[in-house]
Ligand binder design. Structure first.
Ligand SMILES: [Zn+2]
Length: 425
């Protein structure tokens, strides 16, 4: 990935630094050789030569680039999960994933953590982005997801010959779980994504289905992954499944939908972050009928929506960490709508815009294990910056409107936004 050289000044806007404090009015950010040299009040900024290249924030906001904490670049806006496996060959899905990554960057997302990938595409997409041959968020890559036999992702009867091979590694028992992780180690993933529990969207493993993987399988996954320096997360909705995953040593929890007091206690004691991914549920309820979702499935999504919102509020209020990631890549929840997750957390869940912005920047970077490199605007960090003509601390919906983006920047290089100079791409 290209790093800018020289000095750049961003001025005439308020600073939201990602740490959760009140915005700094009339701020300036000075970028030097791709990193932040200064972020704070303009009055205290270092004096720069008059010809220093300058971005005018138009009286808007200078903030860290957003982090999508549950990103599926390889999900191509499907209406049925099994389409992921049978609709296109891997060659075409790779091209679609590259297009989705570029779109995410244009939407202000300068980093993202993969929540599961078809084949091993995300590992190579990440390399392509790092090598500057594709545009996209800095990526934490996961690979094929691990699921217990007959669990959430293994519902197709054998005679249909749909094995979901591109998406999941089906395991039976701890030995097979270890073997699956070792495959992923060789693939080069950073995160091992698993399916400990059910989901409203699944034909026969509903939200309260708690044992899509046994504790022994989860524990084997964690031990093997940690032995190789990989992190583990999982699709955790059901109460007991959440606790099993936390006790097995998971590094993050996706969804955490029906967490109880005991689960919350373990989550907080181990400081495990949770990525609720909830706007997906609202869209499943609202638009499900157009896409043929059954009444039972839609009722399940409604229950997940309410339970998930309550759990997210409790986790944050109790001092836990939430990442903002939306599971985009379904027909009713397509790529490009990423910032709708942020608006949803203000309007439906009841968090303040500043809380959501902190979750979507600093916490996202921490979940990626790169909190010391980006996620906040502070001296020494990479200049991954979003400059918006508007005030997301008053109206977070402005982040859904790409025409308001003055600049989307990675390491000081403007990659998107209306300030984009053709030569910069
Ligand atoms: Zn997902």
């Amino acid at each position: 990935m290209q790093t800018a050289t020289g000095t750049l000044l961003i001025r005439n806007g308020q600073l939201v630094d990602g740490n959760g404090g009140l915005p700094v009015r009339d701020a300036a950010v000075v970028v030097e050789d791709g990193s932040i040299r200064y972020a704070g009040p303009a009055a205290a900024a270092p004096v720069l030569p008059p010809q220093t290249p300058t971005i005018d924030a138009c009286g808007g906001t200078i903030m860290p680039g957003l982090v999508e904490a549950h990103f599926h670049p390889t999900y191509f806006n499907v209406a049925a999960l099994e389409d992921l496996d049978i609709k296109y060959p891997v060659e075409y899905v790779t091209l679609l994933a590259a297009a989705n990554a570029r779109l995410a960057l244009e939407c202000g997302y300068t980093a993202a953590r993969s929540g599961g990938s078809l084949f091993n595409i995300d590992v190579w997409l990440k390399k392509a982005i790092e090598n500057g041959i594709a545009a996209g968020p800095r990526l934490a890559a996961s690979g094929r997801e691990i699921c217990g036999a007959a669990g959430l992702m293994d519902w197709n009867p054998v005679y249909r010959k749909i094995g979901m091979e591109g998406l999941v590694l089906i395991v039976n028992g701890p030995d097979e779980a270890r073997a699956a992780v070792r495959k992923l180690v060789k693939d080069g993933v950073e995160w091992v994504k698993t399916y400990p529990t059910g989901d409203a969207a699944a034909p026969d493993a509903n939200d309260h289905h708690t044992l899509c993987m046994t504790f022994e399988e989860m524990h084997a996954v964690v031990q093997t992954a940690h032995n190789h320096g990989l992190k583990v997360t999982g699709h955790c909705r059901a109460t007991e499944g959440i606790k099993n995953a936390l006790r097995a040593g998971y590094d993050a929890i996706e969804h955490g939908t029906f967490i109880d007091d005991e689960g919350l206690e373990i989550l907080l004691a181990r400081d495990v972050p949770c990525v609720p991914a909830l706007y997906f549920e609202q869209m499943s309820v609202e638009r499900g009928p157009e896409f043929g979702l059954s009444k039972r499935v839609i009722e399940g999504h409604q229950e997940t929506l309410e339970g998930g919102a309550e759990s997210a509020r409790r986790i944050l209020r109790a001092g836990g960490r939430l990442g903002m990631g939306g599971d985009y890549g379904f027909a009713w929840n397509p790529h490009g709508d990423y910032a709708k997750e942020l608006s949803f957390f203000v309007e439906y869940v009841g968090l303040t815009p500043l809380e959501v912005l902190t979750c979507a920047t600093r916490t996202g970077a921490q979940i990626m294990g790169r909190g010391d490199e980006f996620g906040t605007l502070e001296a020494g960090k990479l200049a991954d910056v979003l400059v918006v003509d508007g005030d997301p601390t008053r109206d977070i919906r402005v982040l859904q409107d790409r025409s308001k983006f003055v600049a989307v920047m990675q390491a000081g290089v403007v990659k998107a936004g209306r300030g984009l100079q053709p030569a910069a791409r």
